[in-house]
Design a protein around this ligand. Structure first.
Ligand code: ATP
Length: 231
């Protein structure tokens, strides 16, 4: 579904990614872990065309996407849940969701289906987003991504600042997406929560992919996990 091959991404003259490669299969959930500044967000930004790599290839759904505009990449079926959730604060939940609706070649979702996933959402539809809690905003951000009919969703720190119960709800949603055949690439500081719902994991450090393997290996092998992600 997603193949990132040997990308080098820069901010000005500062290199942030060094020869980074990763893959996400169809319907697969993959964690991208690592310390602050490792290059996780930059990897997502590279896929989305927000920070275009200087070289290397990125393909999605069998098509080359490096060099394309972000709106075009989104239209091909890549959804994004940014770390700051980035809803339009002065607009209602309903309006924020309507803005997200897109058709792609992948399964489309109805707003009613969002209410099945997030039961509280239905009662928030008339509220302005600036008045929502962090957890409620995350529901809107994930629903908006789904309404864009993605084949792959990139999630950047979805559990950031959320209470443990809400983190569990977010991770249950990841499983729900997988069951619907949607692939998920999830960047998380909360590595254990992400690994629990992932098939595979990558660990980055200083702009390089240092490890790739099954999520179960990092969950079960505590010494390896401590060495790679310090927990
Ligand atoms: P975090 O968990 O702290 O978000 P991360 O793994 O997502 O970390 P990135 O945000 O991708 O890491 O940052 C990778 C490197 O690129 C860091 O050295 C960071 O300082 C640098 N960087 C990130 N954004 C910019 C920017 N807009 N301009 C210049 N350098 C940047």
């Amino acid at each position: 579904m997603l193949s990132v091959s040997n990308i080098n991404t820069y901010y000005g003259e500062t290199q942030a990614l060094f020869d980074a490669s990763l893959q996400v299969g169809e319907g697969e959930v993959v964690s991208l872990l690592g310390p602050n500044g490792a290059g996780k967000t930059t990897t997502l930004r590279s896929v989305l065309g927000l920070s275009a790599p200087r070289d290397g290839q990125i393909s999605f759904d069998g098509k080359e996407i490096s060099g394309r505009d972000t709106y075009e990449i989104a239209r091909m079926g890549i959804g994004w849940v940014p770390d700051d959730r980035r809803v339009f604060p002065s607009l209602t939940v309903a309006r924020n969701l309507q803005i997200g609706i897109k058709k792609t070649r992948f399964r489309s979702w109805q707003i009613d289906e969002m209410f099945e996933i997030f039961s509280a959402l239905e009662y928030l539809m008339g509220r302005e987003c600036e008045n929502l809690s962090g957890g409620e905003m995350q529901m809107v951000a994930i629903s908006r991504a789904l309404l864009g009919s993605p084949g792959l969703v990139l999630m950047d720190e979805p559990s950031q600042g959320l209470a443990p119960k809400i983190v569990q709800d977010v991770m249950k949603t990841v499983i729900r997406l997988k069951q619907a055949g949607i692939a998920v690439l999830i960047v998380e500081q909360n590595a254990l929560a992400a690994l629990e719902v992932s098939d595979r994991a990558y660990v980055m450090d200083r702009g390089r992919i240092e490890y790739s393997g099954p999520a179960s290996e990092l969950l079960e092998n505590a010494p390896l996990r401590r060495k790679l992600i310090g927990m």
